[in-house]
Unconditional design. Sequence first.
Length: 137
Amino acid sequence: MTERSDIQDISDVLVRYATGIDRRDWTLFRTVFTDDCELDYGDIGTWSGVDAVTEFMVAAHEMAGHTMHRITNQVVSVECDTATSRAYVDALIMAQDNSSGVNAAGFYDDEFVRTDNGWRLARRRFTTVLVRTVGGP
């Protein structure tokens, strides 16, 4: 493996995260994380373990309409079998009727580990930059 290959693999993990949520593909979503992951989304909540974060995301998106999670400006640093990254996120979560919703933007500070199944997210801190409503009357 090369550092470039590792960086691409970690980028793929971030895309799987967004795709898993937006497609409501919770099996794919689970492949992003280590079993014992730790996530801190500030005021939104904290979760320990892949089961807890998946349960939250399923419930949070169950009644949503269209969603679009865009992850950009990824900066990844690899050190042997661990890596860190910062990436921007711009998420649009629409209500079930798709006429209104919420736009949230911020950044993820992540820690990854190399596993037998590839790179997995072990720790995440989400920092909120902007939350606003969109659409509606």
